[in-house]
Design a protein around this ligand. Structure first.
Ligand code: HEC
Ligand code: HEC
Length: 272
């Protein structure tokens, strides 16, 4: 709550104008195109409601601050940046992209509007706190590729074990063209998009399998092959078997030294 008060007080409100609640009157404009205090308060309240929905239904994949995890970073998403009043976010949320791991949510227009207000408030906070401005993606490779190509290659084929799963002439061919430098760095450190799978066994013995969405000790949620979202309290399930194809990457995060990370990145940058 406090964060939103600060944002509102700073008057970073022009962007909020674009996010008027659907179905309601657009917020009243003050001098200089700012939202009136009442409109600011309404936006902050919508963002708080949206936060509750986001934590419950989105954070498991997109991260609590919307910077991504299993699902993409929404803060740096071009789609999110171009959204106006939920016109782009709304369809993605309501229809999902089941084939790409984004489930559909049967929300009301008001709920989508609250979610959009929350995401918008996260964008504003992020932009306030970053020196790069909204798109930090223009950092040149030369600023990041400061390691040794040879050492990176040696790590790739040696202690990193990368070559057990990847090949520079196979799946990683041209990877440096596919992603800009900051994206490439994020991709090899925190690859996403290959979700875990899970099979749960219900008390009846029936088994349901799908893409793992949440398994936090209290709840287990999955998306089945037809795109439907299922969730259960963990305590009501007989068994839960999850498999994470990216477990090796998580383990690597504990293993890398700073030098390893720079060397690998510098090596991957040569795969053009
Ligand atoms: C099971 C994991 C999962 C959950 C839960 C989830 N998402 Fe997603 N979301 C994804 C994935 C994966 C994509 C990328 C789909 C693709 O590649 O097109 C995505 C894409 C999106 C996009 C489009 C981003 C872009 O740049 O194209 C938006 C917006 C979005 N999600 C919002 C939400 C919101 C809001 C919620 C909660 C109501 C939510 N998602 C819940 C996994 C999830
Ligand atoms: C046990 C197998 C395994 C190991 C070991 C492994 N990876 Fe991965 N890696 C994966 C999987 C699975 C993905 C996700 C598939 C994908 O996104 O293409 C992935 C994704 C990636 C990506 C993103 C690819 C893309 O197209 O977005 C990069 C880059 C990468 N790994 C680099 C590395 C490097 C460098 C190492 C060693 C330091 C390494 N990986 C070790 C399995 C592995």
């Amino acid at each position: 709550m406090r964060k939103f008060a600060v944002v509102a007080a700073l008057g970073f409100c022009a962007a909020f104008l674009l996010k008027a609640q659907e179905g309601g009157a657009p917020p009243a404009l003050g001098p200089g195109g700012r939202m009136s205090p009442a409109a600011q308060a309404a936006h902050a309240a919508a963002a708080e409601r949206g936060r509750t929905i986001f934590m419950q239904d989105c954070a498991a994949c997109h991260g609590e601050d919307a910077t991504g995890g299993r699902g993409p970073d929404l803060i740096r998403s071009a789609l999110v940046r171009h959204d106006r009043n939920g016109d782009l976010i709304g369809p993605v949320v309501m229809d999902g992209r089941p084939d790409k791991g984004m489930p559909a949510f049967p929300f009301t227009v008001a709920q989508v509007s609250d979610l959009v207000a929350f995401i918008d408030s996260q964008l504003t906070l992020f932009d306030l706190h970053t020196r790069f401005g909204p798109y930090p993606n223009d950092i040149p490779a030369s600023r990041l590729a400061t390691g040794s190509v040879e050492a990176g290659k040696a790590f790739f084929y040696g202690p990193g074990g990368c070559s057990n799963c990847h090949s520079p002439t196979g799946d990683l061919a041209g990877i440096a063209n596919k992603y800009n430098p900051p994206e490439l760095e994020t991709r090899f450190l925190y690859p996403s998009g290959t979700p875990s799978t899970v099979t749960v066994t219900l008390p009846s013995g029936e088994q349901v399998s799908g893409t793992l969405i949440l398994n936090d000790g209290f709840y287990v949620a999955l998306q089945d092959k037809d795109g439907w979202y299922h969730s259960w309290p963990r305590s009501g399930l007989k068994d839960v078997q999850a498999h994470d194809p990216l477990a090796a990457h998580e383990a690597l995060l504990d293993k890398y030294t700073d030098a390893d990370m720079h060397n690998i990145f510098t090596y991957l940058e040569t795969l053009k």
